[in-house]
Each structure stands twice: as structure tokens, then as C-alpha cells.
Write a new protein. Sequence first.
Length: 134
Amino acid sequence: MNGLRDALVSAGVASSVEAKRIEALKRFAQEERESNLRSKQQMQQQASLLDLEEAESIREFRDKARKLLMERPDLIRDVIRSAHRFKDADGGKKLVWQFFQIRDTLAGVTMNERERFLKRALRAHGVTFEIPME
């Protein structure tokens, strides 16, 4: 950025003050774009978690959690927190245990293997937590 400002000043196109002002405006615009992007991502995250909270059954919760974790595996802690509301239902403790197991194993799963891993880990019967090796 200093190179551009120096070039404008040396060419006589802009004064030093104008060049600093232009540079500040560019920096402000970049920060504004980044802030908007972060806000949009936070809104999407909140909408996904709200959708997860609206699940009425364990099966529906598993399905929504699988879809959410496919896109955002970093939200596993929020999924576990949300799964605790089912702990008193039939199969609820197993559900919470499954998500703790997924959390522990998910770190070693590559992006290409994530879908297969989550499908295997979140099926109703015959759950497996191994990282799929192809």
C-alpha cells in the first residue's frame, strides 16, 4: 500500500494527505467486507443450530446433525450441547455418547472421508467409528 501511495505522490497525482485518505478508505472497505462475511457466517451458523434445536425426534436430530457436521465440523461442541436435551429419552444417552465419539474421531478424518464417516457413525444400528480407509 505504501508503494501505491508513494507512486501517486511522486507522480504529482495526489498529495500525501490525499494518498493516505485513499489508502484509509480502501482499508475501511476491506474491513467492512470481512465484517459482513463474518456476520453472514454467524447468521448461517445460528440458523443451522436453531434448525437442530427444532428436531422433535432422535432420528430427525441425527439427520440434521449429520448434514450440519458435513458442512461445519467445527460445530460438534454445539451439536453435543444440543443432543443433551434427549438424554432422558429412549436412546438419548446413546445419542450423546455417539456424538462424543464422533468428536474424538472427527479430528482425524479428512474432508473427503467425512461424509462416509458421518453416515456410518450416525446410522441407527451397527455404528462404527473407524476412519474409513480406501
